[in-house]
Ligand binder design. Sequence first.
Ligand SMILES: [Zn+2]
Length: 163
Amino acid sequence: MHKIFHFDSPPEPYVADAAVLCCFDERIRLAVNKFLRRQGILRPDMIVVAGGAKTLASPRNDFERDFILEQVRMSMRLHQTARVFLMSHSDCATYGGLEAFDGDRKREAEHHQHELQRAAYFKGSTPTSIIGGTIRSGPAHNEGGRRISRSHIPRPSRPEYRT
Ligand SMILES: [Zn+2]
């Protein structure tokens, strides 16, 4: 095998600050990274898939939701993760983009908020907090660029899953 890259990653085990479920849309990556740093999340277990929190709220099929739930559980088991961040973002192609909301950002944001609550319900099992965030991507207009609104989502009273 021919080596084309060399980098020494830290070998020691770690406790993850959070598991973060977010979309693979490249436009939000910088905003997500900055947001997490600002929240003090320096060692996240990133679960990066098309649609992010949508995979729990409105998955394309049961397999998708089960797969993501297993990823969250593995983060909890392997890295003692106690928090989960569920992220959605504006103009997400998996929802048909902003176009699907007739360009209405407010309506889109309300829809995403509802989706985050659904995602939190299905996620169920985390021992501590669930934090949902919506990232506003796209041109800055007069709204100060990309923003992340953060909301605490009440934990479901009856957890569906246990680790
Ligand atoms: Zn997306």
